[in-house]
Design a protein. Structure first.
Length: 370
């Protein structure tokens, strides 16, 4: 596929990461090469409505003080229509459809459930619309930390000890769930199984804090994961891009997150709001052999789940230099200052080039089963 292409920038969503998605959309809309791509904005409100959003509004989405941007309901409906092998976006005002636009590729900057979990990817597949990022299965497994850990363990990729608490087991026998969680060494981290951006996560240092932490995680997801904490370890990240023309997946330089707070917890505020006590070292100060091992393990993780497009792999590195995969993000934070673009910038791919590379990867791969 050659020539100028139309990209649907899809953002917002009904997950707890709605504001992060809006922030990312603003960053991408400001950086995309307007000489190569026509951009169309599709917002998904917190209530799940698909709406047409002017590009000027998207480009203005950024952090203001400690306020993150949010999409309002005050927009006309956006509707996808497939006909004669083409996908079009139309705007609906009451019973009237207008402003049709043919779409070449969808760039869904959605984080969390109903965006990063295979659901919207399935919609794109049914429409025959090419899209940026992992497919249905890889997105679903990557989003569900329980399934992700099972898949990685089956591929001999090192992970830490954990306990899964499904909703029915907690409702029917919470004592047994607490016994299972108490088998782990404290501290533990209790988190929604299918969440992101550290929303709903609690560090628990003693057994008597488990019930409250589990109930907090269940506010965001009925399925909960309890992970044994890694103490005195380094937090390392690595970006991965899919291969071009059937080539091998590629790893970026590795980076390190260093917290300067007492808890050492890289929480929501530290990730997205300014003036937090965190250092993001790109690249990480590591021996070359250790960096190479982490990069190889990041690619193995990406390939083990059958990912496409992009992902960020997060590691713990213990004092003996042993790496453990904490998780994979199939749609990582993607503002210009997020770790994923920064790691690739250090690897020679700046932010506009990275956006172009992801769109090119999406346009290159076929629709349907592959």
């Amino acid at each position: 596929m050659t020539g100028r292409r139309t990209v649907a920038l899809i953002f917002g969503g009904s997950s707890s990461e709605h504001t992060i998605s809006c922030l990312t959309a603003g960053s991408v809309a400001r950086a995309i090469d307007r000489d190569r791509y026509d951009l169309i904005g599709i917002g998904i409100t917190g209530n799940g409505r698909w709406v047409r959003v002017p590009l000027e509004e998207i480009r203005a989405m950024e952090v203001r003080g400690e306020e993150l941007p949010r999409l309002s309901e005050d927009h006309p409906d956006a509707v996808l229509i497939t006909s004669d092998g083409e996908v079009r976006l139309v705007t609906r005002h009451g019973d009237t459809l207008s402003d049709p636009a043919r779409l070449d590729v969808a760039f869904a900057l959605l984080h969390g459930p109903f965006g990063e979990d295979g659901t919207i990817q399935g919609l794109f597949e049914m429409h025959g619309l090419r899209y940026v990022g992992a497919g249905v299965a890889a997105s679903a497994v990557g989003m569900d930390k329980h399934l992700m850990k099972l898949a990685l363990a089956s591929s001999a990729i090192p992970i830490g000890p954990f306990v899964c608490i499904p909703p029915r087991e907690w409702e029917q026998d919470p004592a047994a769930c607490l016994d299972a969680a108490n088998s782990l060494q404290f501290p533990v981290y209790v988190k929604p199984a299918r969440g992101g951006s550290s929303v709903g996560i609690t560090r628990v240092d003693q057994p008597d804090g488990l019930t409250t932490a589990i109930e907090e995680a269940r506010r965001w997801d009925p399925k909960v994961l309890v992970e044994q904490g890694f103490v005195d370890c380094r937090e390392i990240e690595c970006g991965v891009l899919g291969g071009r023309s059937g080539g091998a997946s590629r790893a970026s330089a590795v980076a390190e997150i260093r917290m300067h707070t007492e808890s050492g917890f890289y929480d929501f505020k530290a990730k997205y709001l300014p003036e937090e006590q965190v250092s993001l070292d790109v690249p990480a100060v590591l021996e070359e052999q250790v960096s190479d091992t982490l990069r190889e393990l990041a690619v193995r993780t990406f390939d083990a789940l059958g990912c496409e497009g992009l992902a960020r792999v997060d590691f713990f590195l213990d004092r003996q230099g042993r790496p453990y995969v904490n998780e994979i993000n199939t749609m990582p934070g993607f503002t210009a200052t997020s770790m994923f673009p920064r790691m690739w910038q250090h690897s020679g791919v700046d932010y506009p080039q990275l956006i172009d590379e992801l769109i090119s990867l999406a346009l290159e791969r076929p629709t349907g089963l592959r």
